[in-house]
Write a protein that binds this ligand. Structure first.
Ligand SMILES: [Ca+2]
Ligand SMILES: [Ca+2]
Ligand SMILES: [Ca+2]
Ligand SMILES: [Ca+2]
Length: 685
């Protein structure tokens, strides 16, 4: 028997996966879960259960395809002979099959699962019989055919990555550019080259056209810089960073970089794209007004992509902006696609808006996002995300407004698994030397950073990962030169939240979320007497915000907050009405101040002073709160070392009790060590 939490976790996916049988909204989730809490689930599965899904779909999403065998039928009204007391469509005599948990609507299918330590959808070892809901959680696979369960680039059917020393598909040999059939590209090639090793073309664009015409998939690109933007409409694998004399991979010589000449560096549609060892940089502009204000590194639309050992930077823009334009940079944008990122780094980009000597009203809006996932399935493995946007407005007068939004990961529908990853960033707005105009002055600066943002029916699994805060600063410096009294309204706001779940689901397992000091402030100089000044400076840190119909399931996770007691906006956790929160075996710590405060009422806010979780009621959305440890985790170097006595050690729950398989940690070391599982991304000795 598994504890109640596993039932809840498995079950919630049923709810959000959108089966016909499932409740229609998030408010029902709590009710279902409540029922499930008392469900002891001790019944043995029936003997004659059919094998509902043993196919090897090779799908990194690890989703099964068994949610509805007969989509044309109305499952809510099964045939009369179907005995289905829990109403999940499965049961004795039911068309969908027997129900392995007849009294639990959140579990219905019996499957043989294999441990999948590298999360590539292919497992190893002996099968483990499991009664589950609609989805297989990360860490499990429906097959046991992985030939290397420590390497997510290697499994049967994997895209072949040239010159990585292994046959990625488990059979044959490594593909080598020195001998392979392919189209070859070198800066020393020619536009009308044959595309051979001896006579390469000089652009990747030309190589893609040749590859399409010759029905060749592999393109080999020599070390160097390529100024071009790519549109990919056929299946190609771009292997880069080769010595053009030997066509051997050279890890020392600076690599291959693609510098976009347009608003999108690579746009792939209805195709399968492999990027291997390349650096992709979105549009660059050094100064002046940028030609493009919406810039993307890579867009994958209605297709699939495997991106390995690759860096993507959405933009490198230093620019002034016309008044009515917003500026945004995105690193990778997936739309209706399957994307796997392994050993990658994805950055929103270096976006810097710089204005000088303007007369108000001045309004500047800017955003930077590392990864956007729309109705897609993403696996990010050992991949880091970052953003680096800023706005500077100098020596200007009158009404000055600036807004900066930064995100690591924006998920609107679909499933994202973020495994062994890190997110670190910094963003700021500075307004310097702002003067009054006609004795009026208004400054409104808003910097807001969000680590993970989930909406729609999006689901994010955060496993063995770190979200470090986006440190947001909003600082203004006012210098009034006239002698007349002025009317001044000054507002500086700097907010950052590690994860926001507006709707959909966040699952955090063996991870860490850390929010750090933000700064919002104003310096006033030269104000004449009798001036009228109204000012507000707000800094806010939040680890987790869960909105209406949002669900967060947090286990074996450490939450850290670096903030001051003076910052009244700081919350560990903020639950809006309708939210659902499940937490077990976590460590919470605020570096300054006391511990958690929970406000009853229509919403549940866990702040950092006074009180404890006991006031976080079911009505407020706190459906399961247990084994919370409110203590200094005693990190040495976050999060890779701990000091003796750390509450992180051996205080975690066995992930299998929550329905997960987790046999390794952030460093690919085995779990557990010592007496039990540790809390956080790293397993300690
Ligand atoms: Ca059932
Ligand atoms: Ca595997
Ligand atoms: Ca593997
Ligand atoms: Ca290979």
């Amino acid at each position: 028997m598994r504890p109640a939490f596993s039932v809840v976790i498995a079950g919630l996916f049923v709810v959000f996966v959108g089966c016909g049988e499932s409740p229609e909204n998030g408010n029902d989730t709590g009710d279902v879960s409540e029922d499930t809490f008392d469900d002891t689930d001790t019944k043995e599965p029936s003997e004659d259960v059919k094998d509902t899904d043993t196919d090897d779909n090779g799908d990194v999403s690890q989703e099964t395809e068994v949610t509805d065998d007969d989509p044309g039928q109305d499952d809510s009204e099964p045939p009369e002979e179907c005995v289905d007391p829990d109403g999940d469509g499965y049961g004795e005599g039911c068309a969908a099959g027997p129900d392995c948990a007849p009294d639990d609507p959140l579990k219905f299918q019996l499957v043989n699962l294999y441990v999948d330590a590298d999360f590539d959808g292919h497992g190893v070892g002996e099968p483990i019989e499991s009664c589950i809901g609609a989805e297989i959680l990360p860490g499990w696979a429906t097959n046991g055919d992985d030939c290397d369960d420590r390497d997510p680039t290697v499994y049967p059917g994997a895209p072949e990555l040239a010159d990585d020393g292994v046959a990625n598909g488990c059979t044959g040999e490594d593909l080598k550019a020195a001998t392979a059939n392919g189209i070859f590209v070198s800066p020393d090639g020619t536009e009308d080259g044959a595309g051979t090793r001896e006579d390469p073309v000089n652009s990747i664009k030309t190589a893609i056209q040749k590859a399409g015409a010759q029905q060749i998939k592999d393109i080999f690109v020599a070390i160097g810089d390529y100024d071009e933007s790519l549109v990919v409409l056929n299946d190609v694998a771009i292997h880069a960073s080769y010595n053009p004399a030997t066509w051997e991979f050279d890890s020392q010589a600076g690599g291959t970089s693609l510098y976009s000449t347009g608003p999108v560096a690579i746009r792939a549609m209805e195709s399968s794209l492999v990027l291997n060892r390349i650096k992709v940089i979105g549009y660059r502009s050094d100064a002046g007004s940028s030609q493009h204000t919406t810039v993307n590194g890579i867009i994958i639309e209605d297709g699939e992509a495997t991106v390995v050992d690759t860096t993507v930077r959405g933009c490198e823009i230093t620019t002034t902006v016309p008044d009515d334009r917003e500026v945004s940079c995105k690193g990778l944008w997936a739309i209706n696609s399957d994307v796997v990122l392994i050993f990658a780094r994805i950055e929103g980009g270096e976006l810097s808006i710089q204005e000088d000597s303007l007369t108000g009203p001045v309004e500047r809006n800017c955003s930077s996002t590392a990864v956007i996932s729309e109705n897609s399935t993403l696996l990010l493995f050992d991949t880091n995300l970052g953003i680096d946007p800023n706005i500077t407005i100098d020596n200007s007068a009158g009404t000055i407004k600036a807004k900066l939004a930064g995100q690591y990961l924006d998920v609107t529908g679909g499933t994202v698994a973020f495994i062994r990853g890190q997110m670190v960033s910094h963003m700021w707005i500075h307004a310097n030397g702002i003067d009054a105009q006609d004795d009026e002055l208004q400054v409104d600066l808003q910097a807001e950073g969000t680590g993970i943002s989930i909406s729609g029916l999006g689901r994010v699994y955060l496993i063995n990962s770190n979200i470090a805060s986006i440190i947001a600063n909003a600082l203004s410096q006012v210098l009034v030169t006239s002698l007349n009294p002025v009317n001044a309204t000054i507002s500086n706001s700097a907010k950052s939240t590690a994860a926001t779940v507006s709707s959909g689901t966040l699952v955090s397992l063996n991870s860490a979320a850390h929010v750090d000091f933000n700064e919002a402030g104003v310096q006033l100089d030269g104000l004449p007497e009798e001036s009228n000044v109204s000012q507000q400076n707000l800094t806010q840190l939040q680890v987790l915000e869960v909105g209406q119909e949002g669900t967060a399931q947090i286990a074996n996770t450490v939450f850290l907050m670096d903030g001051s007691d003076a910052d009244e906006g700081n919350n560990f956790i903020s639950l809006l009405p309708g939210a659902s929160l499940y937490m077990t075996h976590n460590v919470f710590w605020v570096y300054e101040g006391d511990f958690c405060k929970i406000n009853d009422g229509t919403s549940c806010v866990v702040q950092k002073t006074d009180d404890d979780f006991s006031k976080c009621t079911k009505d407020a959305g706190c459906l399961l709160i247990e084994n919370m440890i409110e203590a200094d985790p005693k990190y040495g170097e976050v999060p890779h070392e701990v000091e003796p006595g750390s509450p992180l050690i051996d205080n975690g729950i066995d992930p299998s009790e929550l329905g997960f398989s987790l046999t390794t940690d952030l460093n690919n070391d085995d779990r557990p060590k010592g007496a039990g599982y540790d809390i956080g991304p790293v397993e300690f000795e």
